[in-house]
Design a protein around this ligand. Structure first.
Ligand code: NAD
Ligand code: LMR
Length: 337
């Protein structure tokens, strides 16, 4: 009799080989920080995604437990766990998509920027690994402060000579999910029928919903605009306060990250018309990074859409957003330079 572990490994290998032979589209996805509050439900959702053939779960703690758990789901993806920095390179080698929710969440009274001290170094190390082991992977960056961690990642990749701005995407999908939910509530419709572009960045006033461009077209009173903008900008804070020290949004974030990752994978597969909001290297404004609608394709970000017509409230709001964004972007860049 072969030992259990060997049996499990060889059956995983047999499954990978079958899939390659059958030619079924399947992508290799790694989650870094997979044992965390966001990482665990995200691991479950990515194991359910039929576009994923291999799922690597990396963390500095508890990765084996999460891997054993998720691997028992009878879906196609082969799951492998990786624990600690010594296994980072094995976790990353050959990946098509790397999703990063690694690093600490905030507690009541903290801003996302207060996480810079803890998370900046973590992102640097993980991105150095990406440059070395899977420089062509698409990177979905979730860890806060996103307005600084995306510039940090860009600088690490530039230093390593592997930077491709089309492949580095800050995840702002939760802002869109919140905006769709809250706008649908005001309109009294199903949130799945609503699409609100949220632009700028991912913190406080930089989260800016363009309520004049909601689809399907609709109009709001000045009072509704003020209420909705405030609620969307403070969605994260509301969850942090409700969790009272036990962390920030995890389940809604995992949902949003899985939705965004699925869009990236469909783009990689060559599907047409995949459009999502994301914080990316951009020339839409004078800032080097900005969140807008982008079209995803085989190479990552294939088109960045302009802001479109803005009303006075939106022009003023975006001017405020840009001031804060400029500082956060510069902070990220200087951390590496
Ligand atoms: P968490 O503390 O529950 O989980 C973080 C995980 O990262 C832990 O398992 C931890 O062991 C791991 N980790 C720490 N250092 C690591 C390293 N060097 N390498 C790999 N893994 C490491 O936190 P969470 O609630 O999952 O939140 C994770 C991050 O996501 C936070 O920064 C949070 O602010 C951010 N977040 C962003 C959004 C967004 O909209 N972009 C939404 C929610 C949360
Ligand atoms: C969110 O928007 O929920 C996340 O950025 C987490 C946070 O700290 O608010």
């Amino acid at each position: 009799h072969r030992p259990a572990l060997q049996m499990e490994e060889s059956s995983s290998l047999r499954r990978s080989a079958c899939r390659a032979k059958g030619g079924t589209p399947g992508f290799k996805v790694a989650i870094l920080g997979a044992a965390g509050g966001v990482g665990q439900p995200l691991a479950m959702l990515m194991k359910m995604n039929p576009l994923v053939s291999v799922l690597h779960l990396y963390d500095v703690v508890n990765a084996p437990g999460v891997t054993a758990d998720v691997s028992h789901m009878d879906t196609g993806a082969v799951v492998r766990g990786f624990l600690g920095q010594v296994q980072l390179e094995s976790a990353l080698t050959g990946m098509d998509l790397v999703i990063i929710p690694a690093g600490g969440p905030r507690k009541p009274g903290m801003t996302r920027d207060d996480l810079f001290k803890i998370n900046a170094g973590i992102i640097r190390t993980l991105c150095e690994g990406i440059s070395k082991c899977c420089p062509h992977a698409i990177v979905n960056l979730i860890s806060n402060p996103v307005n600084s961690t995306v510039p940090i990642a860009a600088e690490v990749f530039k230093k390593a000579g592997t930077y491709d701005p089309k492949r580095l995407l800050g995840v702002t999908t939760l802002d869109v999910a919140r905006a769709n939910t809250f706008v649908a509530e005001v309109l009294g419709v199903d949130p799945r029928e609503v699409n609100v572009p949220v632009v700028g960045g991912h913190s406080q006033v930089t989260i800016f919903p363009l309520l004049s461009q909601v689809k399907p077209p609709c109009s709001f009173t000045a009072e509704e605009i003020s209420y909705l903008t405030d609620r969307i900008q403070n969605g994260g804070k509301k969850v942090v306060e409700a969790k009272a020290g036990a962390g920030s949004a995890t389940l809604s974030m995992a949902y949003a990250a899985a939705k965004f990752a699925d869009a990236c994978l469909r783009g990689l597969r060559g599907d047409a018309g995949i459009v999502e909001c994301s914080f990316v290297a951009s020339q839409v404004t004078e800032l080097p990074f900005f969140a807008t609608k982008v079209r995803l394709g085989r190479f990552g970000v294939e088109e960045i859409y302009p802001l479109g017509p803005l009303n006075e409230f939106e022009r003023f709001g975006l001017a405020e957003a840009k001031k804060e964004l400029a500082t956060s972007i510069e902070k990220g860049i200087s951390f590496i330079r």
